[in-house]
Design a binder for this molecule. Structure first.
Ligand SMILES: Cc1cc2nc3c(=O)[nH]c(=O)nc-3n(C[C@H](O)[C@H](O)[C@H](O)COP(=O)(O)OP(=O)(O)OC[C@H]3O[C@@H](n4cnc5c(N)ncnc54)[C@H](O)[C@@H]3O)c2cc1C
Length: 509
């Protein structure tokens, strides 16, 4: 996959996708499968933003039973199955438990009912999946079984636990890349570090974008029949239409903890009561989730209202402490300190409550396709409001059906088989901090996967730095290997290392 800006600016595309997160990537892939001429641009690196900051759970929708939202439950069952079929090597079934107490909603009896109901409603959850990827049915565990999996469960009144299975995409950064590589394999063109700075408008018709190559400063015009705005939290900025009511946003944060707080399964714990009154988005029965991941523990998710520009997003130190306090109340044995945090995840999610000045910071529940012809009279551009990584492949198919229904495209999804070119599985391309850097991996990342900066290699082509800072000697070796291929000066190598180091401060990535 090469950065071909000449082709990008020389052709008129059927579809131009802005944004290389999971949604832009899945749309590019589906559009390529419709046999369309497709281009995708990304202002930084593919999947650097919200898509890299997720809790990495590919949800099967069991939680929607609580709100009796069967539509979302069924949508999630199908979405998880689809994601596992597409990116099976990257996704594994994940056992999850919630300790049970008392006689109310968190009791063994209620959970037994919920698990039974979910099993029926998700009976087709494994259709077409290999046996190794099958999601087993949930069951109720005895108190002894619960304590064997999670010895630190609050003992007072503990009756057992509910066990169910979701799925974990350990390297959420690689799935969007896989979609993009496959789209490119079918003839699409993609470029990272290329920013859309303005829409090309002919009266009320969008005909492409004016953009800038971030690596050289070169300005180019890209022409397309339809622009798909999959820019996530930058959606309002990209549209810039006076008639469009901008979305509001909440900041979601996860902690990456060096300690193995849980090892055999993910554990859901109730948020402490005192945090429910604050604007942490927890007044809707949200839980704290502890997920075993790469010898570390991911803990999510804390929400906060966010009213700034998306480029200023970061985790404040006070928020980190607040989050740690919440975890320490819910799970006193953890005894977490700031030093236990090896990395922070931070991303923005749409929230109509924030837009409407509601006091609680709760992200929206439904992804949406926003056709600007309907909302603000602007033809030729569609925005994606996205709330879940899991449902991106389905949303991408919905976008194609929407375009077909409008008569914008003639063919629907699945007209073309993808090229079938094997995309390297994590074990082939990933390195570990201990073993150092394999020059072949660096060569592959630069020449086949468009890695342009050291941070692309460290966070998104390999997992060298995703769980915390790599050893200095490994980072320097990686920078030198990349510099050799890309002709970096010693000064540039130093700057690239500094940029990676800065990602471990209190911020997103
Ligand atoms: C803390 C947290 C935990 C989460 N956990 C989960 C989970 O466990 N499971 C789950 O299913 N979902 C989860 N989510 C939700 C999920 O991560 C998001 O819904 C999803 O990643 C959004 O993807 P996206 O492609 O829409 O946006 P992004 O990944 O943000 O991609 C948008 C891209 O557009 C690019 N862009 C913006 N403007 C321009 C421009 N002008 N020109 C070119 N490119 C541009 C950006 O650089 C960015 O890369 C979580 C979210 C958060 C914040």
């Amino acid at each position: 996959m090469k950065r071909d800006l000449k082709r990008l600016s020389g052709e008129t595309f059927d579809i131009l996708v802005i944004g290389g997160g999971i949604h832009g990537a899945a749309v590019a892939y589906e559009a390529a499968r419709c046999g369309l001429a497709v281009a995708l641009i990304e202002k930084k690196d593919f999947a650097w933003a919200t898509s890299a900051n997720s809790l990495k759970i590919i949800h099967g929708g069991i939680r929607y039973l609580q709100q009796a939202d069967l539509f979302r439950l069924r949508e999630s069952v199908r979405a998880r199955r689809e994601m596992m079929a597409f990116a099976g090597d990257f996704i594994q079934p994940l056992p999850c438990i919630i300790p049970t107490y008392g006689f109310g909603i968190k009791s063994k009896e209620m959970m037994r009912l919920a698990l039974g109901l979910y099993d029926i409603l998700s009976r087709d959850r494994n259709k077409g999946l290999p046996k190794t990827k099958a999601i087993p049915p949930g069951r109720i565990l005895s108190k002894k079984e619960c304590l064997a999996l999670f010895p630190e469960a609050r003992p007072n009144g503990l009756s057992g636990a509910a066990l169910w299975y979701d799925a974990l995409a350990a390297d959420t950064e690689r799935i969007p890349l896989t979609y993009i590589l496959k789209a490119v394999g079918m003839g699409s063109v993609a470029a990272n570090y290329f920013e859309a700075v303005d829409l090309i408008r002919r009266q009320n018709q969008v005909a492409g974008v004016k953009g800038v190559d971030i690596l050289t400063g070169q300005e180019l015009e890209l022409k397309a029949g339809t622009v798909i705005n999959a820019s996530g939290p930058w959606m309002n900025e990209v549209v810039q239409s006076k008639k469009f009511k901008p979305l509001g946003w909440v900041k979601g944060m996860n902690l990456v903890i060096r300690k193995k707080l849980v090892s055999k399964c993910a554990v859901g714990l109730e948020m402490p009561q005192k945090t429910k009154s604050k604007n942490t988005g927890n007044d809707d029965n949200r839980m704290l989730f502890l997920v075993p991941w790469k010898g570390h523990t991911l803990i999510g998710t804390l929400y906060k209202a966010f009213n700034e520009k998306p480029d200023t997003l970061k985790v404040e130190e006070s928020e980190a402490w607040e989050f740690l306090d919440i975890v320490n109340i819910a799970f006193p044995a953890a005894k977490l300190d700031l030093d236990d945090v090896s990395f922070f995840h931070c991303g923005l999610l749409p929230s109509h409550k924030i837009r409407d000045s509601h006091p609680s910071a709760i992200p929206d529940g439904h992804s949406e396709i926003i056709d600007h012809e309907k909302t603000d009279g602007l033809k030729g551009i569609i925005s994606i409001k996205s709330v879940k990584y899991t449902t991106a492949p389905q949303l991408a198919k919905r976008v194609m059906r929407h375009l077909k229904a409008k008569g914008v495209i003639k063919k629907g999804p699945g007209q073309k088989k993808d090229s079938g070119k094997a995309i390297p599985a994590p074990s082939d391309v990933f390195t570990t901090g201990k073993e150092g850097v394999d020059p072949e991996v660096v060569f592959h990342a630069v020449n086949e996967e468009m890695a342009c900066r050291l941070s692309d290699l460290v966070f998104r082509r390999t997992n060298l730095g995703t769980a915390g800072p790599p050893q200095k000697r490994v980072l320097v070796a990686a920078a030198r290997a990349m510099g050799e291929l890309l002709g970096w000066t010693p000064q540039r190598i130093k700057e690239e290392i500094q940029e990676v180091d800065s990602c471990y401060a209190l911020r997103n990535s």
